[in-house]
Design a binder for this molecule. Structure first.
Ligand SMILES: Nc1nc2c(c(=O)[nH]1)N[C@H]1C(S)=C(S)[C@@H](COP(=O)(O)OP(=O)(O)OC[C@H]3O[C@@H](n4cnc5c(=O)[nH]c(N)nc54)[C@H](O)[C@@H]3O)O[C@H]1N2
Ligand SMILES: Nc1nc2c(c(=O)[nH]1)N[C@H]1C(S)=C(S)[C@@H](COP(=O)(O)OP(=O)(O)OC[C@H]3O[C@@H](n4cnc5c(=O)[nH]c(N)nc54)[C@H](O)[C@@H]3O)O[C@H]1N2
Ligand code: SF4
Ligand SMILES: [Mo]
Length: 767
């Protein structure tokens, strides 16, 4: 079967994801309204307490803002929320310090120095929007619609995306938070289960949990962490596979400090083991899975000894761990993972293997296992102009050579891989990309190889950014538009269809400060200048009411209900009936026929990723509970709590190379790039071949006065990356560093033997 055929099949297989995309945009028709079952007490919208939705991270917890003398004084969780209740996390609580950050973008600005130099003049909104519209028209006229590209993440970006869609371009990075985040796991579970599983795993009811990475506790999605804690408190066993002693490893019954990049070998050996030792759910497999025989044959040589050598683990621990988990079947929460863009090539297959092991335990549609979403179908807000856009782009021809060519996701996801957009911008091939619009994405801290990104930006005719803070993308912009923060604006209706489904809305808790404007206002005024008849509602309340109408709700009704209404969940399945999944076969696809292509194995195979070159350790990264990526680094309260991410290094390595805990060093990567100074955390809790740096620190924007110059950035060490051939994600974890102390280079000694199956990374100097 060739790639073209795969694409055709996957289009059907992946309809569920498309629906999810559409659902998120609020353009899905409802099938039934559960609104009659909504419960709620009268709230106090518009009074001293205003209900809204947090955006300090993308979990979007329902909140209540407390206002005194027109000033926001406290943020709490919405007590009526079935997920977080009155709680918020440290970041949610610190939203106040984003609102009142004196470094905020206050006025529209125009660049007057060289790009990236950071010199601007204040201009009016009219001037700023005129200039953006003029450049968008010019670039489209000169090079065609596909020369425009948009980088977006976050709720407000939805509005601007409509404008870019109306230009006819195919180039949306579709949220770097997709291509650098959960793209691979989405693709894998869509193939295997027919839906985007995301974090839909019922940990509160699990008897055993199994994590690969997934550092919950440091990764803080509040209600998700609470479900995990509930599971632990009820006595669930926990096995954590992580090269580092993560917060989750600290709570685990077993920690397996795996060699980075080898998880697929471990999972295949475990699949083989549970099949050989009858530790799988035969009934579930027989009734609900396709391809068991092919799976059994394919993994039969994946022995525990083979995997132990590759993963640098011992067979006894591996055996004990898998038995512990298998005994709990079907109440096993094998966490599907969220951040899955790890190594590039094998990422989808690693998550396919995880999905397969889950099915062998029968942990699907049952308490404690994977669960199914409860769709909430909002109405289409006609006045946003969705139909207008479809008419406008009806005749737009796709480019002869598309930036999506060759990617399996192409029919399913509306965007192009971020990396392809950047390369086309830099090289002009296969066609020139000349204008970028950026909203809610820190181009330099989010995307692999920031040096390449800066080179690309220099080639643009025009770049504008819509921002709340003067972070790196603002520094590189020609025009910066100051957007109202999430506490000063409306966004589209927010719904969550997980274990406790609900609908709520974000609404301003104070008026926009300075000259910042809400996204709806900005989008409407930009669209007008471009001649697009979009955003014709009187105001945001009108389109929100249109979205809510379909589920028999309105802003007033929502307000009376305390800002939130809940729905009955439908997470589990009757396993006596066919699952009727949205896959090719309607069953769980252990063998994915649609992958039957020369480079897409229908059953995952282990493909090694290169080991560190001699003298280097692999750089991996993750979260700290007090920050969200780079976006919270300048927050007064959060930066007080956690001003800098420390570089974790193994204690034995530290002794051998003569560095101590708390000392400051510089990292140098395999291509010779050097980091800002970073403080060491010396610990036995990390493998000797690996160092770990929390993500998002090391800001390069001097305008962020509370964080500039503090700590080092993982992204500025990530110059080497590999592309996932399935869906275009770039894996960030194939970079290696040695340390520089007092100007002297310290080589990292190799303490763990490398098996012949794993090649070593070949050094290349930076060009
Ligand atoms: N506080 C906070 N919480 C957040 C976020 C935030 O910014 N701040 N962001 C949210 C978002 S969008 C995401 S995507 C998630 C990300 O959070 P996760 O989905 O949990 O991210 P992972 O990359 O799975 O987990 C990081 C862990 O992977 C380990 N690791 C590195 N390499 C390997 C390997 O080869 N094998 C194994 N088994 N482990 C490895 C690292 O040591 C680290 O402990 O967090 C979410 N939660
Ligand atoms: N090296 C490395 N790279 C990574 C990751 C990693 O762990 N390590 N994680 C990956 C993952 S999982 C994800 S999800 C992505 C996240 O990628 P991004 O979402 O790009 O992450 P941030 O660094 O938070 O950048 C957000 C930008 O939006 C701005 N912003 C914040 N709020 C608003 C708002 O309300 N309106 C507007 N217009 N702008 C706003 C912030 O000031 C900031 O400049 O990064 C990915 N890239
Ligand atoms: S987890 Fe924290 S930062 Fe994220 S939405 Fe909830 S309260 Fe806000
Ligand atoms: Mo993410």
């Amino acid at each position: 079967m060739n790639r073209r055929r795969f694409l055709k099949l996957s289009a059907a297989t992946c309809a569920a994801l498309a629906s999810l995309e559409l659902e998120n945009k609020g353009i899905f028709r409802p099938v039934a309204s559960d609104a009659a079952t909504c419960k709620g007490l009268p709230g106090s919208l518009g009074a001293k307490e205003v209900t809204s939705v947090c955006e300090m991270c993308f979990w979007r917890c329902p909140i209540v803002a407390k206002i005194k003398d027109n000033k926001l004084v406290k943020i709490e969780g919405n007590p009526k929320s079935p997920t977080n209740g009155h709680r918020v996390c440290a970041r949610g609580n610190s939203g106040i310090q984003l609102l009142y950050d004196p470094d905020r973008m206050k006025y529209p600005m125009k660049r007057v120095g060289a790009r990236g130099e950071g010199k601007w003049a204040r201009i009016t909104w009219d001037e700023a929007l005129d200039e953006i519209a003029h450049n968008m028209k010019e670039v489209k006229k000169k090079y065609g619609p596909h020369a425009l590209a948009m980088f977006d993440h976050g709720a407000s970006a939805e509005f601007y995306r409509e404008i870019f869609r109306a230009t006819g371009t195919e180039n949306f990075s579709n949220e770097p938070a997709f291509f650098q985040c959960l793209g691979p796991v989405s693709m894998a579970y869509l193939t295997t289960y027919g839906y985007q599983v995301s974090e839909r795993v019922d940990m509160a009811n699990a008897k055993a949990m199994l994590f690969f990475g997934s550092h919950l506790g440091e990764n803080v999605h509040l209600s998700h962490v609470r479900e995990y804690m509930k599971g632990l408190l009820r006595g669930a066993k926990l096995v954590v596979v992580d090269p580092r002693f993560s917060a989750a490893a600290g709570k685990a019954d077993m920690w397996l400090p795996i060699r980075p990049g080898t998880d697929t070998a471990l999972i295949l050996a475990w699949i083989n083991y549970v099949i050989q030792h009858d530790l799988y759910d035969k009934e579930f497999v027989h009734k609900h899975c396709k391809g068991f025989e092919q799976l059994r044959k394919s993994v039969r040589d994946c022995t525990m000894d083979w995997a132990a050598r590759i993963c640098d683990l011992n067979v006894d621990d591996m055996t004990k761990a898998i038995k512990m988990v298998a005994e709990a079947r079907p109440r096993v929460s094998l966490h599907p993972g969220r951040h899955a863009a790890w190594y590039g090539k094998g990422d989808v297959q690693r998550h396919r293997a995880m999905g397969i092991l889950t099915a062998l335990f029968g942990s699907v549609g049952v308490p404690g296992g994977l669960y199914f979403p409860t769709p909430i179908h909002l109405g289409e807000a006609d006045c946003l102009g969705e139909d207008e856009v479809d008419d406008l782009i009806e005749d737009v021809k796709p480019p002869e050579t598309s930036l999506k060519d060759g990617y399996a996701f192409a029919d399913i996801f509306p965007g192009s891989p971020t990396d392809a957009i950047i390369k086309a911008t830099k090289t002009g091939k296969p066609y020139p990309v000349k204008l970028w619009g950026v909203c809610g994405v820190n181009l330099l801290q989010t995307i692999s190889n920031p040096y390449q990104t800066m080179d690309a930006i220099k080639k643009l005719d025009f770049i504008f950014t819509i921002e709340v803070l003067p972070t790196e993308p603002a520094i590189w912009a020609d025009i910066i538009l100051p957007e109202a923060t999430y506490l000063e604006r409306y966004d589209a209706v927010h719904k969550k269809g997980n274990l406790y489904p609900y609908v709520t809305v974000r609404q301003p808790v104070v008026d926009p400060m300075f000259e910042s404007k809400p996204p709806y206002w900005i989008a409407r005024n930009l669209a007008k200048r471009l001649g697009y008849n979009l955003f014709t509602c009187k105001d945001e309340r009108e389109f929100l009411n249109e979205q809510l109408e379909e589920i028999d709700l309105s802003l007033d009704k929502l307000s009376k209900a305390g800002g939130i209404v809940t729905f009955k969940a439908n997470p589990y399945k009757d396993l006596n009936k066919p699952l009727g999944l949205n896959t090719d076969s309607g069953k769980v696809e252990l063998y994915a026929e649609s992958y039957d292509d020369e480079d897409l194995d229908p059953i995952p195979r282990f493909e090694p990723v290169p080991a560190p070159p001699k003298g280097y350790a692999r750089l991996v990264y993750g979260r700290v509970p007090m920050h969200t990526f780079s976006r919270t680094m300048n927050n007064l309260w959060l930066s007080n709590e956690c001003p800098e991410g420390k570089l974790w290094i193994n204690d034995e390595i530290a002794t051998r190379i003569g560095v101590k805990d708390g000392e400051t060093v510089i990292m140098e990567n395999q291509a010779g790039y050097r980091s800002n100074p970073v403080t060491l955390f010396v610990t036995a809790g990390i493998r000797p071949d690996t160092v770990y740096l929390p993500h998002g620190f090391g800001s390069r924007s001097p305008l962020l006065t509370k964080t500039y110059g503090k700590g080092a950035s993982d992204q500025f060490m990530i110059t080497n990356y590999r592309q996932d051939p399935f869906m275009g994600a770039s894996g960030h974890r194939s970079n290696f560093v040695c340390l520089i102390k007092d100007g002297k280079k310290l080589s990292i000694p190799e303490l763990r033997p490398l098996p012949p199956e794993i090649p070593r990374f070949k050094m290349r100097k930076a060009s």
